[in-house]
Design a protein around this ligand. Structure first.
Ligand SMILES: Cc1cc2nc3c(=O)[nH]c(=O)nc-3n(C[C@H](O)[C@H](O)[C@H](O)COP(=O)(O)OP(=O)(O)OC[C@H]3O[C@@H](n4cnc5c(N)ncnc54)[C@H](O)[C@@H]3O)c2cc1C
Length: 395
């Protein structure tokens, strides 16, 4: 005989656990299934083990989604203040870092333990190392196979996440379920991900690995972020690159202001007036890491000479070079290191108020599996909490 429950949730990650807790509070008989050995694996490794669980400042502007308005309803039904309240109720200590980002003071483990305590209800059952197959629509809901057992439910929640970090259990299963039920998908690619460089640039910049500088970066479509840029042995990373990667398209260049808080022509002119015999390399090295200046010279972009040989036109050209440094990435590091997946189940297929598929009553999506990706800064978890809560309230 088939096992009967009200709700099956596929995926015990951030969104799935939040949804299970909320559905359980409504007295729904919930079965959460995950193919992994344990819940919340991405939460555990997030934020360097401290989990950047939300942000003081959350709005639709912090999300990449083809329909920019879609996220508004869920974000207002369960806000960052609701989650901060929950964290406080569970006695978890946290701290604010730059840009309103909130991190656990002790460990990301506390967030998983909190969600598990919230799920610890008589009507909520969790099962791990489960393979789900044979999903079918029935007259009253859905039938599916969980390992060898047939389970029937009124509501099916897909909370299987995106494709990033396959070694943590990411699969395209959620997209396959959407496809099975005739729902469109926005093409997926890696987001919040480091850039790789063309061989020539890689060779020049590789020795700078580990150097970080504050910059302002801009995509060809005009999206800008001011954050740190980090040179790595593979290419470029750091918060500014992760943020901008979600708006970058293959083949495009990125414009980087390497001295966002300086007026380089004015600074060079002042140095020229005071020390006309000082070399350009040494002058620039007062403002930027010396190895970076040397790499620019090695790249053939600059010629080292005494400042007195620079006329106003040359000084202006140096200003343009450093304030609008253009670099064309070769690509990204892909899903292996990406924090999120851009694209996913098309939000036009879903109700923004309930996350239910418009043409398949009882089928819900929660979290990153949808075409919703947040900026770096706790926005992705906030989407998981908000969408998971909303689904848990309706499924
Ligand atoms: C390294 C890293 C650090 C991050 N740090 C942060 C951060 O600090 N702040 C932030 O806001 N965001 C962060 N993110 C993003 C954040 O982790 C995700 O956006 C969030 O976890 C998405 O929640 P989700 O529940 O939709 O998916 P997930 O948390 O990925 O959960 C999906 C679950 O579904 C399960 N699953 C997948 N396929 C199947 C299947 N076929 N059958 C059964 N189960 C399946 C998986 O095992 C997993 O448990 C980080 C991501 C990474 C990779």
């Amino acid at each position: 005989m088939a096992k009967q429950v009200d709700v099956v949730i596929i995926g015990a990650g951030a969104a799935g656990l939040m949804c299970a807790a909320q559905a359980g509070k409504r007295g729904r008989r919930v079965l959460v299934v995950d193919h992994g050995k344990k819940p919340g694996r991405k939460i555990l490794i997030s934020g360097g083990g401290k989990c950047n669980f939300t942000n003081y400042d959350v709005s639709a502007a912090n999300y990449v989604c083809r329909n920019r308005h879609f996220v508004k309803s869920a974000l207002s039904q369960y806000t960052q203040w609701d989650f901060i309240g929950l964290v406080g109720d569970h006695g978890i200590a946290y701290e604010e870092r730059d840009h309103g980002q909130l991190f656990c003071l002790d460990s990301a483990k506390e967030i998983v333990e909190m969600l598990l305590r919230e799920c610890d209800q008589p009507t909520v059952e969790q099962r791990y190392q489960c393979e789900v197959s044979e999903i079918e629509k029935t007259a009253t809901g859905f039938s599916l196979r969980v390992n060898t057992e047939v389970v029937e439910c009124a509501s099916l929640v897909v909370a299987t996440g995106g494709l990033s970090m396959p070694k943590l259990g990411a699969t395209p299963f959620g997209y396959q379920i959407a496809e099975q039920f005739g729902l469109q998908r926005v093409p997926t690619c890696a987001g919040l991900v480091p850039f790789t460089l063309h061989t020539q640039d890689k060779t020049v910049f590789e020795p700078l690995s580990g150097i970080a500088i504050p910059v302002r970066a801009e995509t060809e479509s005009g999206v800008t972020f001011k954050e740190n840029l980090l040179f790595t042995h593979r290419g470029l990373s750091g918060p500014v690159v992760l943020q901008i990667s979600s708006y970058w398209h293959p083949g495009e260049a990125v414009t980087v202001d390497l001295l966002p808080d300086e007026d380089l022509p004015a600074a060079l002119q002042a140095m020229r007036d005071k020390h006309p015999n000082q070399s350009l390399k040494n002058s620039l090295s007062r403002l930027l890491p010396k190895r970076l200046v040397e790499a620019m010279i090695e790249r053939g972009d600059l010629e080292d000479k005494p400042l007195k040989q620079l006329d106003p036109k040359a000084i202006a050209a140096l200003g343009t070079y450093f304030h609008q440094w253009r670099i064309a990435p070769n690509g990204t590091e892909g899903y292996r290191t990406a924090e999120v997946t851009l694209g996913g189940v098309d939000t036009d297929e879903l109700s923004s108020k309930t996350m239910e598929a418009k043409k398949v009553p009882g089928l819900y999506f929660a979290g990153e599996v949808m075409d919703v990706s947040g900026w770096l800064g706790g926005y992705n978890f906030q989407w998981a909490w908000s969408s998971g809560f909303v689904v848990g309230n309706h499924c």
